[in-house]
Every structure is written in structure tokens, then in C-alpha cells.
Design a protein around this ligand. Structure first.
Ligand SMILES: CC(C)(COP(=O)(O)OP(=O)(O)OC[C@H]1O[C@@H](n2cnc3c(N)ncnc32)[C@H](O)[C@@H]1OP(=O)(O)O)[C@@H](O)C(=O)NCCC(=O)NCCS
Length: 167
């Protein structure tokens, strides 16, 4: 029997391990920040006494964001993912949020559409390995004129694509 509970610090090791099955490079610090920002909006899915899923959310007045949704491989297709999304949506609505955003993998657009979200924008994620570099110069703040140059560079370096979803 699946049920959802609010995330606590005791859930962090599980949350990190599960999130990193997706190669998201999460740390306990990430979940500590999520819990600090939205103490009532981060959740763990349980199958009886066992932790089997996670999700987080954050709200800022009328805008909310949902993320870090993962269900343990052995527990998928039992409605747990749906439960975690719905729980976060209820929480965010109770906080007065009108619009909820999330990043979705392309193959999950239907999953989120079935939960009331609408795909509204495509994006590309740049993936690559960095070389260790010693940065000698002090980073400079870019000017507004240079922003298009940066965004073109990001768009042309597409390795993985997905969509934004808004509820
Ligand atoms: C996406 C995920 C959270 C869904 O969790 P789940 O517990 O399996 O979802 P549910 O059981 O609530 O499924 C609800 C519906 O969505 C569909 N669905 C679930 N995962 C799907 C997938 N990967 N592709 C297509 N459809 C999917 C199910 O078929 C189900 O439809 P049905 O009710 O008609 O059978 C889970 O597959 C997962 O952890 N994936 C890896 C992490 C990930 O991709 N997270 C999302 C980041 S955007």
C-alpha cells in the first residue's frame, strides 16, 4: 500500500541515492535547501515502511515549481508518481499558487498532461565533460548586449531535449 509523507532530514540519504539513479548529481545540501525553502512541500512515497519515491516543490507567491520526481524502479506503474504530483499540486494550490512549472523529459509529456499540465516550450540541455581549469581572471558581469550571443551558444549545443510544462 503506497502513501505519501512529508520529507524530513532523515530521508536525505535515500533521496540523494534515488535522485542519482537519474544522474542528476544531487547532494544532501540540495534537499536541505529544498526543505528550507518549502518545508511542507517536499515529499517521500512509502510502500508500507519502505521509502520508494521522492518529489520537491517550491512556491513564490503565485508561482510554484515542481521537481525531483523519481519512483524506485521496482515500484513504478502503481500510481505512486501520480500521487506525488497530486500531493504537491494540492500543497502549492493551498499556498495560493496559480501557475506551477516543471521541466519534463519529452517522453513524460503525456504523463504530465494527464495530470493537468500543458507543454508550452521546448528546451535543450547541454551536456559535456569539463576540463579542470585554473581560472586566473576575475569573472566579468556581462552586459545586456551580450545575452543573445550566450543564448545562441546554448541552443546550438543540444544533447538532450525536453519541454517545460505549466499547470
Ligand atoms: C515518471 C515516473 C515518476 C512515473 O512514476 P509512476 O509511479 O510509474 O507513475 P504512475 O504509476 O503514477 O503512472 C501514471 C501513468 O503515467 C504513465 N507513465 C508512467 N511512467 C511513464 C513513462 N516513463 N513513459 C510514459 N508513460 C508513463 C503510466 O503508464 C500511467 O498510465 P496509466 O495510468 O494509463 O497506466 C517514474 O517512471 C520515474 O521515476 N521515472 C524516472 C524519473 C523521471 O523521469 N522523473 C520525471 C522527471 S520529469
Amino acid at each position: 500500500m503506497l502513501h505519501v509523507e512529508k520529507m524530513t532530514t532523515a530521508d536525505f540519504p535515500f533521496a540523494v541515492e534515488l535522485a542519482n539513479t537519474m544522474d542528476w548529481s544531487m547532494t544532501e545540501e540540495d534537499f536541505r535547501l529544498s526543505l528550507k525553502l518549502e518545508p511542507e512541500g517536499c515529499f517521500v512515497l512509502f510502500d508500507k515502511l519502505n521509502r520508494v519515491g521522492i518529489s520537491t516543490s517550491v512556491s513564490f507567491e503565485k508561482v510554484g515549481w515542481f521537481g525531483n520526481l523519481v519512483i524506485d524502479q521496482g515500484c513504478r506503474s502503481r500510481g505512486g508518481g501520480t500521487m506525488l504530483v497530486q500531493r504537491a499540486v494540492v500543497h502549492l494550490r493551498n499556498r495560493g499558487v496559480k501557475t506551477i512549472g516543471l521541466y519534463a523529459y519529452q517522453h513524460l509529456i503525456r504523463f504530465y498532461e494527464n495530470l493537468g499540465f500543458t507543454a508550452n516550450r521546448e528546451f535543450a540541455v547541454f551536456q559535456g565533460k569539463t576540463k579542470k581549469q585554473r581560472i586566473k581572471s576575475i569573472p566579468q558581469r556581462i552586459t545586456e548586449k551580450e545575452i543573445p550571443k550566450c543564448s545562441n551558444w546554448t541552443n546550438s549545443a543540444s544533447a538532450e531535449t525536453g519541454r517545460d510544462c505549466l499547470s
